[in-house]
Design a protein around this ligand. Structure first.
Ligand code: FE2
Ligand code: FE2
Length: 493
């Protein structure tokens, strides 16, 4: 290709990128306008005694209020998006995250209007949206959402219902921001439901001090201690209400928006989940192999700063496609090998098909995309040497090596690369005896180098430093994990 052609191609690709960016901006602007208008309508409708009839609702004054409230909401959403772009650019471009933001803000506004009006101004579960955003998008975006959303909510609340409760509203804003920041800061430590509820209770108690003090100090509110205590109790109930709503809504959001959280990953990693239960019954050898690969992948992911739980879950599912023909895989065979009766071309097509079959099964089960992608990518475009050599022994003609290779995408994530390595190492180590630790290290090093030399890691962001850390982790972990198999006193075969 000529230099001028290359320059033309580059220019065309820049232009199409700019066009796509412009389209994205327009799409996001329309989306923000619609969501803002919807929230403004909800706020207006919540003042039902004022807008009891269609005529009143569509009066110029009412429409102007809706428009101005929508403008406030649009500023709020735009600011959150600008901040999201600042901290996590790839997330602001993803429509899924925009939907999460809009859905959690809308839900929180509805709950806030309902509980604030019907129960008490302190019982506004504003922490709900910041917890959802922190869990599903990013913690920093969760905190900024808490600050902006709480203030916007009370501004629109006061505009809609009058300013009599201005001090209580301000106290409620600060209480919800304080509670949200504490909850988000300790979210990772609350890795079980019970711990999460306990954290909500502690944060609720701490933040309840604010309305208590405000009720005593404020000149416009009663200085009665009982009133202050009741205000604190409402604030505590608001925290617990946010926690309860979060626990109910999070699994629905995870399912609807197909997002992974620690809760979801731990659920799908359970051997009680249907595909894994099937694997343990119908392909016990593959099931055991997957558990070992899971342990290795978890350690390797931790070593290079990837999500260990996600790596383990993806490893558990990487070979589920073998469920289509479990007996055709050596780890499940008990004496009888169907490949003895098949020509190598048929054998290899059964073997290589387990990646796509696994991808389809995982997709059908509604599991996260990354789990399905790992199942499809974990062999990349590697060769199935056993059947290639068998075919070469059968014929004098040249055998096309591509016919004896996987034809799948190469690993596109570091987790898929880790599982490719852990899978290879687990299978190769099974029958390996090494004379020394040095020799064992060289053995693992060569297995990883072989994959890298075949270009299997060109489509993911894994670095040489990552590969070195993975090698170190495997060299350290495998002898203790397979102490019966790795015997340094044995001579290599
Ligand atoms: Fe496999
Ligand atoms: Fe495997």
């Amino acid at each position: 290709m000529k230099v001028s052609d290359k320059a033309k191609d580059a220019q065309t690709s820049v232009q199409s990128g700019q066009k796509q960016n412009r389209k994205d901006i327009v799409r996001r602007t329309v989306f923000i306008a619609l969501i803002s208008l919807m929230l403004a309508l909800i706020i207006r409708l919540s003042r039902f005694e004022e807008v009891g009839t269609a005529r009143e609702f569509f009066s110029p004054d009412s429409l102007m209020r809706i428009f101005l409230t929508a403008c406030i909401m649009a500023v709020l959403f735009s600011t959150i998006l600008v901040y999201t772009a600042f901290v996590k650019r790839e997330r602001v471009l993803n429509r899924k995250y925009l939907n999460v933001l809009a859905a959690s803000a809308t839900l929180t506004f509805i709950c806030g209007m309902v509980f604030g009006q019907l129960v008490n101004i302190y019982v506004v579960p504003l922490m709900l949206s910041s917890l959802l955003v922190a869990t599903l998008i990013d913690k920093r975006v969760g905190i900024i959402t808490s600050i902006l959303l709480s203030q916007s909510f009370f501004l629109t609340y006061l505009l809609a219902f009058g300013t009599e409760a201005i001090i209580e509203s301000m106290a409620s804003v600060i209480t919800s921001i304080v509670a949200s920041i504490f909850m988000i800061a300790y979210l990772e430590k609350a890795n079980t439901r019970l711990r999460f509820i306990a954290l909500g209770a502690v944060v609720g108690l701490l933040s309840a001090i604010i309305p208590f003090l405000v009720s005593i100090v404020a000149p416009t509110t009663s200085d009665d201690i009982l009133y202050a205590l009741i205000s604190s109790l409402w604030a505590f109930i608001a925290s617990m209400l946010s926690v309860a709503l979060y626990m109910v809504i999070l699994p629905i959001f995870e399912f609807v928006f197909k997002l992974n959280t620690a809760f979801r990953i731990s659920e799908i990693s359970s051997v009680e989940s249907s595909l894994l239960r099937r694997l343990s019954k119908e392909a016990p050898g593959t099931f055991n192999h997957s558990l070992v690969v899971g342990n290795l992948a978890e350690l390797c992911a931790f070593a290079i700063g990837e999500d260990p739980q996600l790596a383990k879950a993806a490893a558990y599912y990487h070979d589920v496609g073998k469920l289509e023909h479990p007996d055709c895989f050596i780890e499940n065979q008990k004496g009888y090998n169907p490949h003895d009766e098949l020509i190598p071309e048929v054998s290899v097509s059964i073997i290589t098909n387990h990646t796509q079959a696994g991808y389809n099964m995982i997709k059908k089960a509604g599991l996260p995309d990354i789990i399905a992608d790992v199942a499809r990518e974990h062999h990349g475009t590697t060769q199935v040497n056993y059947f290639l050599y068998k075919a070469q022994n059968f014929t004098e003609d040249d055998v096309d090596k591509e016919d004896f290779s996987y034809n799948d995408p190469k690993p596109t994530s570091k987790i898929a690369a880790i599982i490719m390595i852990a899978d290879t190492v687990e299978a190769a180590t099974r029958a390996k005896g090494c004379a020394s630790e040095k020799e064992f290290r060289l053995f693992i090093h060569n297995l990883i180098k072989d994959k890298a030399d075949q270009g299997q890691f060109t489509d993911c962001a894994i670095t040489f430093k990552d590969l070195q850390r993975i090698e170190d982790t495997l060299v350290e972990a495998i002898p203790s994990m397979f102490h019966a198999r790795i015997d340094y006193s044995k001579q290599p075969r």
